[in-house]
Design a protein around this ligand. Sequence first.
Ligand code: PEP
Ligand code: MN
Length: 348
Amino acid sequence: MNLNKPFIIAGPCSAESEEQILLTAQGLAATGKVDVLRAGVWKPRTKPGSFEGAGVEALPWLTKAREVTGLPIATEVANAKHVEAAAPYNLDILWIGARTAANPFSMQEIAESLRGTDKPVFVKNPVNGEVDLWCGAVERLAVCGVKNIGLIHRGFSGFGAGRLRNAPMWHLALEMRRRMPELTMLCDPSHICGNRQYIAEISQQAADLNYDGMMIESHINPDVAWSDAKQQLTPDALAQLLNNIKWRAGESNSESYQTALMGLREQIDSLDREILQLLADRMNVAENIGRIKRENNVRILQEARWEDIMERAFTSSLSLGLSEEFLRTLLDAIHIESIDRQKRVMQK
Ligand code: PEP
Ligand code: MN
């Protein structure tokens, strides 16, 4: 897909009325920063009883907004019926939501209904943190000859994201890009954040991770939105936010920068060597522990000891300037490997 960077898709979570769509589209067009108008027409909701979208009735609102503003239009499709119902309106872009991307049967059905299309189709990451499943969704479209496929990273549900609605788990999106480097990758900070106050921060991070653009929810009157009210921005607030994002260069030829960078990278490389050696040493000690546990018929897991290690690490996290989240991830990985090494010794 050859899109100008940053490529910005913006618009309300859901299409609610013709007036809401037109006013929002006009506000977005006036910013001069938005490439495509989005609006959900069919809304897969986590729980029954929430607004599930206006359906086909809303499609003429979108085409009218396109006529009035000149903005291309995009909506979400979650099954083949949606694809067929949207066809007469010739939407410019379709996207597949996180819940649908997690379902291979739905993906297959959609892929077949889109066979051969050169319309851009964006695939959001599945709700669960499984890169293979995301790849599989893309591959099903590709096998059916869908020519312009893009990715949208919207975070992963149910990982105890804390202040954010969906855990970004940036490494999974980066892994996806490593596997499919030719695909355009957008970030959807709205669904990662769940709250408009964090969107600027997450958007800046996406820019610094070399994303190609963003899909951001914007509503003419966010507080009365029928879905995702807390995370939507007015078109003016969106314009300001986009203005403030710095799309920094990938490289600099400045000689002083290059020299300083080289020096710092040497430090990093040497520290990495030390860290790896220390980890190897630590695992060798774990094996020795495995040996004496085997001789004394003691099981591997000693919960109190592990809690003690974690506790001590967290106490020092502040003075070390390391976040608790990072320490937990690191120590968990060390613990898993350590258990595995002890298991191998004990099962010998
Ligand atoms: C949406 O874009 O409004 C939406 C439902 O997103 P997701 O599929 O990422 O939850
Ligand atoms: Mn939404």
